[in-house]
Structures are given as structure tokens and as C-alpha cells.
Design a protein around this ligand. Structure first.
Ligand code: BES
Ligand code: ZN
Ligand code: ZN
Length: 495
């Protein structure tokens, strides 16, 4: 957060942005180039660098023939930003990510980054630079004998002048908290199901509570039984792992704007139950606790951000396994609010666990809003693909605010309709509800099922089944758990 000209920036690597329309180098970069005796311009010309979005190049600026280095940074990395008028925060995030990856891969430990994205507000630019830089350099090698020793240990953002230094410092700080909360969620999703079981989620919740001085309550099976959570415990019946119902609460130090419950689907492994999944579709199912992981990341970040809202993080954690004690297709379960549910398919387990979590939130927390995050349906992946979450809401105002938060955070969310007439798809011959409907519109049916348990509280549901886990490297995340929804919800709760 130093207000220093680029030429003086001391670090192993310096990351600077370049706009596509720039005929000559902009002032800062031109001064740097002069000091580096024209080496930057020479490389950019030789490579015909067009500064398109996503383009990156680098220059080793060592002094000639053993002479003293011409500028303090021995490595200058130039990232393309496209046309200045089109620059968005997402372009800044991605440019910072690719610049930092290049710096890391070339062995840099300390990196100074220019405040990219000229026309945007300084605070948001700094947030996006740091967030992108950290998100883009995530790695997960916990279980590898060979660990990468390449890591950036210090990141500095250069403020163009001292008048914005404070905005830059604040933005950089929130960007770091958002990105680290996302890393935290990614680590939990990437951990295999034999380690990240319900008891482990409860242990992590305790750690988060201790660190951030949050209140924590973990209910064991017997207590859940007393509360009448027959739907949640039905799912847990087939597993050797004891279920845990986790409730974390954050209260701001000052005035509280509102009380919100954030519920995360916490199926630590979804084998499908007796309606067993195929080998192929089971492979990824350690990610079925991505909603829970997001909730834990969010709860960890709230005290660090001094968020002005009271937030209750709720997770009904269990596996969904087949066994002699598992629920059977056709079984009838009774949820906490008395609603009876016929199990049409044991693989539609997420909604069963969420039903009791919603009832619990409504009766025990009485929040003004409920948001749930869930890898709920394959149908949502069919509808929106792997990069976009589906949003369902009983309250359009809440939906609009979440859509705005997602846009600001740079996460793709698309609203889908809760079509009233489809409610009849959930009719059961023997119980109040069936947990599945016919084939078409599966993401909507799942949403309608949850709505039955949200009561009159304004409620929104994010189906993150697509973007929770990526099969390929993305601009801001490598293959694996993405930590999706952490940044959207943090944006929502802090702005
Ligand atoms: N966890 C899955 C949803 C899922 C599928 C997430 C693919 C990510 C990728 C969920 O519990 C499930 O199995 N849903 C079923 C519901 C069906 C039985 C009505 C599905 O989507 O097939
Ligand atoms: Zn399932
Ligand atoms: Zn599931």
C-alpha cells in the first residue's frame, strides 16, 4: 500500500497493467522503461504485445554486463487489460491472477502490483487486485509427497498517489479477507470425504468460533431427535459417521442492521443412498458439502470484516450412504415442523437435510432473511452449465439484492422461477410431500420443496451444483473446489 512511483518499487517482481489502445507507454511504465534502458519497450515490440485481456509477458531487467540493476525490481510482468473504457473489476481480478501466477512460477517471493483498472474507484480496484492475486494462486497439495516450493509470500499494492492510500489499504484488506475465506472453503471441499466427515466439519466450526469469538452449538444425533429432525436423521441413518447439526452465530459489536441465517448443504459424501449413484456420478460427490464449506468460510470472514449484520451459519452435516440401516425408497419421514415426506428417491437427500435446517432457522433463530447454499441438483447443471449458480427466491427484493451482490463479486448467478403449478409434482399418495417430482424442471421442483419449509420468512436458495467444483483450471481457480458463493454472500452481508 505504498504511494511510490513504479520505478522505485522494490520487490522480486513488479506487475503492471497495459491498455490495448495505448499508442505510447503510459507515464508510469514509460518512466520505468527509461530507467530500464528501453528493455520493456523492446520486449513488447518484439512480441507484438497487444495488451488484450488475458495477455501476459515478462522482462528480466537485470543491468547489462554485471552493472548494478537499473530498476529495483529484477522482473517486470506486464498484463493486458484490453480497452480502457471496457475495463471491469473482473478483468482486474483476472489480470492480477495471471500476473501473480507468472511471478510465482518464475520464483518471485515478494511482488508489488500496480493498482490496475484506472477508471474504477480506488478501493474497489485494490480489493479486486488483491482478491484476484490470491484466488489465482491457490494450490492444494496437502496429500502430495512433492510440494511446490514456489509461493508468493508478500504482496504489495502500489497506490498511485497518497490521496487514495487509505482507500487502497482498505480495499486491499477486504480483498484479502474475501480471498482467504474462499481458500478456506476450497480446502474443505478438496479434502477427501474420509477426512472431511461431519465430525471434522464440527471441529472446523469450533476452530472458526474460537478464532472469531462466535457462538457455537453442535447438536448430536440424540438432540436432533428430540428436536424432531426426522428428515435430516433419515438421511444420516445409513452412515457409520455420526451426523452433526452445526449452528454458528456472529453478532456485530455495534448496531445490528438485521438478522440473517445462512444455511449450507453439508453432505460430506453423497453416494446416493440405496438409490445408489453410478461410479461416474459418485466420483465428485465429496463436493456435496460445498454449501457448508462456503458457510464456514463466510463465518470465518465476518468478524475480520466487522460486518454490520447478525449472521447465523447453519449446517446439517451427514453422509448419504447405502446400508442395512439406510432409509428405503417409500419410507416416510417427519420433518421438524411436522410435515411428512415420502422418500421417492434417497438420492434427493439434500432437500431432506435442508428441510430440517430451514425449520430450525425459523423456530430457533427467527431471522429476517434465510439464504441457503446447496449443491442440490444435477438439473441445475443441465440448465445453467458449470459456471453459473441458479437462484430461487420467495422474495424478489432479496433476489435482486443477491443478484447485485453476485455481479459485484464477479460470480455468475441466474434467477430461475418457482413455478407454483409445479407444486403438484411433489404430491404424495401417502404423505404431505414427496421428495422428488417428474424428470423435467428438477432444479425448480427442488426449490419448491425447500420453499415448503421456509415459512413466511423471505428466503433465497442458491443451487451451486455446477460451479462448486471445476473439472478444469479457471481464471481464478485451479481444478477442484472453487469456494463459490463465499464472495457473493460476503458482499451481500457487508455492503
Ligand atoms: N448432490 C446431488 C446433486 C448434484 C449432482 C450435485 C451433480 C453436483 C453434480 C443431489 O443430492 C442429487 O443427487 N440430486 C439428484 C436428485 C434426483 C434424485 C431428483 C439429481 O440431481 O440427480
Ligand atoms: Zn443426492
Ligand atoms: Zn447431494
Amino acid at each position: 500500500m505504498l504511494a511510490r512511483p513504479l520505478v522505485e518499487a522494490e520487490a522480486d517482481a513488479l506487475v503492471v497493467g497495459l491498455h490495448a489502445e495505448a499508442k505510447a507507454l503510459p507515464t508510469g511504465l514509460a518512466a520505468l522503461d527509461r530507467r530500464a534502458e528501453g528493455q520493456l519497450k523492446a520486449v513488447l515490440d518484439a512480441e507484438k504485445f497487444q495488451a488484450k485481456v488475458g495477455q501476459v509477458t515478462h522482462v528480466h531487467t537485470a543491468g547489462r554486463s554485471g552493472a548494478a540493476r537499473v530498476i529495483p525490481a529484477p522482473l517486470v510482468i506486464i498484463v493486458g487489460l484490453g480497452e480502457g473504457k471496457d475495463v471491469t473489476l473482473e478483468i482486474v481480478r483476472r489480470a492480477a491472477a495471471s500476473g501473480l501466477r507468472r511471478a510465482r512460477d518464475l520464483g518471485a517471493r515478494t511482488v508489488a502490483v500496480d493498482l490496475l483498472g484506472e477508471r474504477l474507484p480506488a478501493r474497489q480496484r485494490a480489493h479486486a487486485v488483491v482478491e484476484g492475486a490470491i484466488l489465482g494462486t491457490y494450490t492444494f497439495d496437502r496429500y502430495k509427497r512433492e510440494k511446490t516450493d514456489k509461493a508468493v509470500e508478500e504482496l504489495r499494492v502500489l497506490a498511485p498517489d497518497s490521496r487514495v492510500a487509505r482507500d487502497v489499504a482498505e480495499g486491499a484488506r477486504s480483498g484479502e479477507v474475501f480471498a482467504r475465506a474462499t481458500w478456506f472453503a476450497r480446502d474443505l471441499v478438496n479434502a477427501p470425504a474420509n477426512e472431511a466427515h461431519p465430525a471434522e466439519l464440527a471441529r472446523v466450526a469450533a476452530e472458526v468460533a474460537k478464532e472469531g469469538r462466535l457462538r457455537l452449538r453442535v447438536y448430536e444425533r440424540a438432540e436432533c431427535q428430540k428436536m424432531g429432525m426426522g428428515a435430516f436423521l433419515g438421511v444420516a441413518a445409513g452412515s457409520q459417521q455420526p451426523p452433526k447439526f452445526i449452528h454458528l452465530a456472529y453478532t456485530p459489536a455495534g448496531r445490528t442492521r438485521k438478522r440473517v441465517a445462512v444455511i449450507g448443504k453439508g453432505i460430506t459424501f453423497d453416494a446416493g443412498g440405496l438409490d445408489l449413484k453410478t461410479a461416474e456420478s459418485m466420483l465428485r460427490m465429496k463436493d456435496d458439502m460445498s454449501g457448508a464449506a462456503a458457510v464456514l468460510g463466510i463465518m470465518r470472514a465476518l468478524p475480520q470484516l466487522q460486518a454490520p449484520v447478525e449472521v447465523h451459519g447453519i449446517i446439517a452435516a451427514t453422509e448419504n450412504m447405502p446400508s442395512g440401516s439406510a432409509i428405503r425408497p417409500g419410507d416416510v419421514l417427519r420433518a421438524m415442523n411436522g410435515t411428512t415426506i415420502e422418500v421417492g428417491n434417497t438420492d434427493a437427500e439434500g432437500r431432506l437435510t435442508l428441510a430440517d435446517a430451514l425449520c430450525y432457522a425459523n423456530t430457533r433463530v427467527k431471522p429476517e432473511e434465510i439464504i441457503d447454499l446447496a449443491t442440490l441438483t444435477g438439473a441445475c447443471v443441465v440448465a445453467l452449465g458449470p459456471l453459473c449458480s441458479g437462484l430461487f427466491a420467495s422474495d424478489q427484493d432479496l433476489a435482486d439484492r443477491l443478484l447485485a451482490a453476485a455481479a459485484q463479486a464477479g460470480e455468475r448467478v441466474w434467477q430461475l422461477p418457482l413455478i407454483d403449478e409445479y407444486r403438484e409434482h411433489l404430491k404424495s399418495e401417502v404423505a404431505d410431500l414427496n421428495n422428488v417430482g417428474p424428470r423435467g424442471g428438477g432444479a425448480i421442483t427442488a426449490g419448491l420443496f425447500l420453499k415448503e419449509f421456509a415459512g413466511s420468512t423471505p428466503w433465497a436458495h442458491l443451487d451451486i451444483a455446477g460451479p462448486a467444483f471445476s473439472e478444469k483450471d479457471l481464471a481464478l481457480a485451479p481444478k477442484g473446489g472453487t469456494g463459490v458463493a463465499v464472495r457473493t454472500i460476503l458482499t451481500y452481508l457487508t455492503t
